[in-house]
Write a protein that binds this ligand. Structure first.
Ligand code: FMN
Length: 153
């Protein structure tokens, strides 16, 4: 699981992230790649559901710097699209990745801003630990016809 993720793989994942759609094509995302083992080991102290960083060689924090020009109300969706592309790109490279939510949980947001020395107007949306999966898992089939509405509700 701790097998290194290469620079090429990281660039390929970030290229996929930055290819995401965004409102008005504002691309309000920023990406913080954590490869420092001490920082990765501290993450579970701030986020009890992100213990994977104890084993993964890297994690990517998807952020929005709201001091730059962003579309109010849409930047979370934009950063979420980029996050999903990170998951898909990692999977396509044979890697495993998990979206671990941070924002809008206030305590977690502040804790990660402090750990990663971010200004208070940079919001960490999530942290995505990435590594080689310990086991292969079949994707679950969650298709549910009751969730589909045609023409009118
Ligand atoms: C906004 C958001 C926050 C999430 N936070 C966590 C988390 O903190 N820890 C975690 O293990 N998974 C987290 N997940 C992943 C979900 O738990 C996961 O997608 C769901 O259980 C379905 O599992 P699957 O994606 O492996 O099929 C999060 C997903 C989203 C979209």
């Amino acid at each position: 699981m701790d097998k290194p993720v290469s620079e090429e793989q990281i660039e390929s994942i970030l290229r996929a992230a930055m290819a995401s759609p965004s409102a008005g094509n504002m691309q309000p995302w920023e990406f913080l790649v954590i490869r420092d083992r001490d920082i990765l080991d501290k993450v579970p102290e701030l986020h009890q559901y992100a213990k994977m960083t104890l084993e993964t060689p890297i994690a990517i924090v998807v952020c929005c710097d709201t001091s730059k020009k962003v579309r109010e109300g849409f930047w979370i969706q934009d950063c979420s699209a980029a996050s999903q592309n990170i998951l898909l790109a990692a999977h396509a490279l044979g890697l495993g990745a998990v979206w671990c939510g941070i924002y809008p949980n206030e305590g977690r947001t502040k804790a990660f801003q402090d750990l990663l020395e971010m200004p208070s107007d940079v919001f960490p949306i999530n942290i995505i630990p990435i590594g080689y999966p310990a086991e292969e898992k079949e994707p679950s089939d969650r298709y549910n016809e009751e969730k589909i509405h045609i023409n009118k509700w």
